[in-house]
Design a protein. Sequence first.
Length: 68
Amino acid sequence: PLETLPAEIGDLANLQELSIIGVPLKTLPAELGKLSRLTRLNIRKADHQRLRTYIEQLPNLEIRYIPN
């Protein structure tokens, strides 16, 4: 299974919303912080604990928790 997003996600300069649902990610790439237009991240509530360290590094994002 996919454990992280590819670094190429940093090439999506106009990305405004990203949904990470149904994929058990263990990390978020640092390139996510370079997406200046990204305003919303949708994740499963169950993934919050595992991704908390990475989410805290993106303070300008609105985090929307999707029920499990």
